[in-house]
Ligand binder design. Structure first.
Ligand SMILES: [Zn+2]
Length: 313
């Protein structure tokens, strides 16, 4: 029998290995509670690393869903200030360039994909960095450069998915055929920006929008089945959570498999969150899930992503 197609629906790629290492060091994964021995990738995650990992894991294609973290960009810029520099002034200068940084970051992601046809780019949108109008104008530009979706991280970017500044952006995504992939999970603090039920209003208002909730709800995974039942238009990737099973706030392997079966495995895609986790290992994790049939798991490896994300391979 032919090998199933393998597609990574959720990976990150960085301009340099050092930048990838910095982003990994600055992103704490706490929401599942402690789990000793989670096998993190040793890759820094530049383009060369990503292509090598794809070859090693037998991946036909990958979707890059780069996160733009303005807070981290601010912290990095402040860290390089000489002693005695005016921090308030420096912060204002950094913020004045944040929109340009975001746009340059997205153009770079599109340029990578333009030279590497095995990669499809999703670009970052942040309503705190650009106005709705500016975000939409930029989306029109990058859609012309090959972008096929947007990546949101409501926790890091601190906005609710149904924030009024985002509604015109979703409308533009429907019009441009862009998928919206968002981090989902538990937020530290009172406002649960990205728990599954926080997406209900967006799903209700935009039934024609392709929405992917990453991590199957993460530490708030117990809300996921109900959201999926209510909204047939919501789909998921299984990255991160597939490595954290058994942690205090994560499902067991069996509970994760049951959740995927309840949602319908055809709505769940493999993602790796590379360079956090390894591509070859993630295939093994999906194929080792209990309860699901071999056909269901093979669909999750890649065929579901090709169909849901309308990938041109
Ligand atoms: Zn990610």
């Amino acid at each position: 029998m032919a090998n199933p197609i393998v597609v990574d629906a959720h990976m990150h790629v960085y301009e340099t290995k050092a930048e990838g290492e910095r982003q990994k060091a600055g992103y704490e994964i706490w929401e599942y509670g402690a789990k000793p021995g989670v096998p993190f990738s040793r890759y820094g995650g530049d383009v060369e690393d990503a292509l090598a990992a794809m070859r090693r894991g037998g991946y036909a294609h990958a979707v890059t869903v780069n996160l733009f973290a303005a807070d981290l960009a601010r912290a990095e810029a402040l860290a390089t200030l000489p002693p005695g520099a005016d921090r308030t002034r420096a912060l204002a200068d950094i913020d004045a360039t944040m929109g340009d940084r975001l746009r340059a970051f997205n153009r770079w992601a599109c340029a990578v994909a333009a030279t590497h046809p095995a990669v499809t780019p999703f670009v970052a949108v942040d309503p705190g960095v650009l106005s709705a109008e500016a975000n939409i104008a930029h989306l029109r530009e990058v859609a012309g450069l090959g972008a096929r979706g947007v990546k949101l991280h409501p926790v890091v970017q601190r906005f609710s998915p149904d924030d009024p500044r985002m509604l015109p952006v979703y409308r533009a995504c429907v019009e441009l055929g862009l998928t919206v992939l968002s981090h989902s999970g538990t937020a530290r603090g009172a406002t649960q920006y990205a728990e599954p039920r926080a997406f209900a209003e967006v799903l209700r208002r935009f039934p024609d929008l392709t929405v992917v909730l990453a991590h199957l709800g993460g530490g708030s995974w117990r809300q996921t089945a109900e959201l999926a039942r209510t909204f047939p238009n919501v789909t998921f990737d299984c990255c991160e959570i597939v490595e954290w099973t058994g942690a205090p706030h994560a499902p067991s392997d069996e509970a994760l498999a049951r959740l995927i079966r309840d949602i319908g495995s055809h709505r769940v895609m493999l993602g790796t969150d590379f360079p956090w986790y390894d591509l070859d290992r993630t295939v093994e994790r999906v194929m080792a899930l209990p309860l699901l049939s071999r056909e269901e798991k093979e669909g999750m490896l890649g065929a579901n992503a090709v169909r849901i994300l309308r990938l041109r391979l």
